[in-house]
Design a protein around this ligand. Structure first.
Ligand code: COA
Length: 336
């Protein structure tokens, strides 16, 4: 046998041995997957039954007060423990597969979107923030070009089309984040539905006198909003990285107080820009309502955009205020 054939056979035997090991490992992997799937089903079933039993217990205890002080104390303790248990269920569910809500089912179908470990959840949220930042930078550039250099309707249409696509994408990404335990407030998701609708309405607005009257104001607003959203992404990515570091405090020297002080610095810097943006939304809506009162008024887009801006102002302003006040009152860090 030639030497080259011998070395080829040696090589093949080593590859074959590795292949057999791989096969064994893969079989073990499939077996574990099956075990995990069974565990997931049993945990989900236990949560459902526990939740039902605790709710029944809680409603039967609501009116009970106890005949003595000791009895009343024991009852209060059980009631508060029931609440603690009920609250932990949603944290447990963030790591279990669940049925998609209506919106995700319509967009993605019945596919499981639950990410099963902290690293994947962090990576997905991180990618979401980066996606927002990159898209906002592009939108900032386009609004700048439209405002200062190119007054073509088709470029405005590209800007609005990008905005429409961006907000639609965000709604899907946010639904996935919520399925994975994110505490994004319902308003911010709803805000993105309205913003997508608003961009769609502006896209259909004919290039008449009314459009020309509002165009520059809208482009300047769009430029400002993209800028503020870049700041917001910077703040939220900062929170995300610091909270992750807090969750792994054994290898990173970041304290809860350290996080709090960074968060407050970020918030106090960001809030004036945010509130200015909210009042700009109010100003846009008032301008559009006034335009709708002109005798030449005929385009429905004027009133519809005015209404959207007004709803955006109300929701953004009051939700941001509520978030700020809640943080002021609680002064506790977000849990991971
Ligand atoms: N869009 C998307 N997600 C948001 C959000 C927003 N506007 N505001 C908060 N979140 C997310 C957070 O990332 C966090 O997610 P997590 O649970 O996955 O970690 C969760 O919601 C809870 O955040 P919360 O602690 O309530 O707020 P925060 O400190 O992250 O941010 C603000 C507070 C005020 C900075 C933020 O809500 C904000 O920027 N609001 C204004 C948005 C706005 O008005 N845009 C228009 C600009 S003109």
């Amino acid at each position: 046998m030639s030497q080259s054939l011998t070395s080829l056979q040696d090589e093949w035997e080593s590859v074959d041995a590795e292949y057999k090991q791989l096969q064994e490992r893969h079989t073990m992997y499939l077996h574990k997957l099956e075990e995990i799937s069974k565990l997931q089903n049993s945990c989900s079933a236990s949560i459902t039954s526990q939740r039902r039993r605790l709710k029944e217990m809680h409603s039967s205890l609501v009116d009970k007060t106890g005949t003595s002080d000791r009895e009343a104390e024991a009852l209060d303790e059980i009631k508060s423990k029931i609440k603690v248990h009920l609250n932990t269920f949603s944290e447990m569910e963030a790591y279990l597969p669940k049925k998609n809500g209506l919106y995700l089912s319509l967009v993605l179908g019945n596919v499981n979107v639950t990410l099963l470990n902290k690293q994947s959840k962090f990576a997905y949220k991180d990618e979401y923030e980066k996606f927002k930042l990159c898209t906002m930078a592009v939108l900032l550039l386009i609004s700048f070009i439209c405002y200062f250099f190119v007054a073509y309707r088709f470029l405005d249409a590209i800007l609005n089309f990008l905005l429409l696509w961006y907000y639609c994408t965000l709604t899907v990404r946010e639904s996935i984040l919520i399925s994975n335990g994110s505490r994004i407030k319902g308003w911010w998701v709803f805000h993105h539905y309205i913003s997508a609708f608003l961009s769609g309405v502006i896209l259909t607005w004919p290039d008449g006198d009314f459009y020309k009257m509002f165009r520059n104001q809208f482009l300047a607003y769009s430029f400002y909003q993209s800028f503020v959203q870049c700041l917001q992404c910077y703040y939220q990515s900062g929170c995300l990285y610091r909270l992750r570091a807090l969750g792994e405090r054994h290898n990173m020297d970041l304290t809860v107080e350290g996080f709090q002080s960074w968060m407050w610095k970020g918030l106090t810097f960001l809030l004036p820009f945010l509130f200015f943006g909210h009042f700009w939304q109010l100003y846009n809506s008032l301008c559009l309502f006034r335009m709708a009162q002109l005798p030449e008024y005929k385009e429905w887009q004027v009133l519809m955009c005015g209404l959207c801006f007004f709803i955006l102002f109300l929701g953004n302003f009051f939700t941001t205020l509520a978030v700020f006040l809640r943080k002021l009152v609680s002064q506790k860090p977000k849990s991971l």
